[in-house]
Ligand binder design. Sequence first.
Ligand code: ATP
Ligand code: MG
Length: 510
Amino acid sequence: MIDRYTMTQVVSTGDFISISPSEFFYRNRQMAGFGNPTQAVYSTVRELVENSLDACEDAQKLPVIDVRIRRESSDIIQLSVSDNGTGIPEEHVPNAFGRIFYGSKYGMRQKRGTFGLGVTMAVLYGQLTTDSPVTVSTQMDEGHGLTYKIFIDVEKNEPIIESKHLSRRSGPGTDVSIRLNGDVRRAKSRIIEYLRMTAVSSPHARIILEFEDHDHLHFGGSSTTLPSPSLCTKPHPRGVDRELLRRLLADRGQKSLIEFLIDSFQQVGDRTARRFLRFMALDPKIRADSLTREDLSRLSNTLRRFDGFSRPDSRCLSPIGEFAFKEAVSAEFGVDVLTYAKQGPLEWEGHPLLIEGVIATDNGASQSEIPSLHRFANKVPLLYDASEGVLMKTLRKVTWSRYEVEKSKTVSLFVNVCSTRIPYIAAGKHSIASSTQIEDGALSLFRELGRQLGKSAVKSSQSKRNARRMREFTRSFKIIAKFSAELANRATPPSTVGLVKSLFEVDDHD
Ligand SMILES: Nc1ncnc2c1ncn2[C@@H]1O[C@H](COP(=O)(O)OP(=O)(O)OP(=O)(O)O)[C@@H](O)[C@H]1O
Ligand SMILES: [Mg+2]
């Protein structure tokens, strides 16, 4: 037998055990960004703020989020985040905080949350390091407020409700409080950077960060417009695989094949479905679950390859948008925002994909040959492991020298990748893995932004040259005017301002 706590083998070979998802992340917490006390504080803030932003977007409200960090001793802190979002239905609270891989964001819709893991990891870390439960107070639009204290049964991956009682909130929303072992001194600058970047990608949110009771920092609020809500869509047929097909058939396999296709997938109407089934030589009227194993295999392969389906519906995406993105970059960084560009909606593995970016310059010569890169995925700032991600790798493929960037400027790029599926490299969600479509989209975006940058550099050097020439002309014309006045015996020389101006107006048109 294997002692599961020490993993020492106490009896000879042959014993196998299965571990729960909670046990897996208990053993491998660094994979989810909880490897040490500094990372843990940063990741807890990040996971809680992300959830709050998602909840406010669902509620269609301008988010007001309060992050409070209080030190209890040199290494134990109390970290709380409150929001004015949807609140959480009573029956889901225990599992949402006490069961890994439980959540409401697995649908086909752009969300910051992806895995059903983030807040539960923070709860697990708090429990392991301080033996304290998470405290969750939540209230929905209707009904009363409730306060829970929840532990996780790590072996079973189940919540243990320590207490539950009615409580009052001033309105709908959620307040989550976790006691954990954390290094605030080291994590502080990361948290501030994260919230500053969050203010760029979610400029409609107002976030207050309170360190102890005295140190209050405010972020965001450069926009008062709610982003367009993302709608939940059905899967696209090109994103189907055998597992998805099996689940859909279990759910609605009793329908005729044609009804099954129309009901299960987006972009499949009656005409397209008939065309597809003709192409596959299958009878539209047979029951979907009567297909043989071979037919199903052929069906899933053909669905992925058939080019008669329109592109995935992009209404499930919610990008930052040109106006809000440009305003937020300039409000947060005080830089000159040159332009916004986007690529898409494109398609990747049956998912819609949109990549948007802003390029900005600042005075002060750059030490680097490539622009500095600020990455976001579904509006979540990605601050670490940049070099491993597809965006940095693609950025290095662009020949930036071609765009004649002004030597006296530093150039910054802000890029947001939106999709219903972001291929994160690890559960910590720090970088996006390589994929041809994302790489191609990002490359086109960088080149487009580079061209705009080059154009503005040419314009700026032209206007500098013109300004210099204008000064020279003004000086020379003044001398000529003075001499002419003397020759003509006039007391005052004629004004040359209009003449110089008209010369340069002609120049501008050229
Ligand atoms: N502040 C909140 N307001 C409303 N619902 C919340 C809030 N915090 C958590 N939830 C619910 O709890 C679920 C689990 O949260 P968790 O952070 O573990 O996973 P996730 O956000 O779905 O995905 P990810 O692992 O990528 O963060 C969420 O899907 C959401 O339904
Ligand atoms: Mg989350």
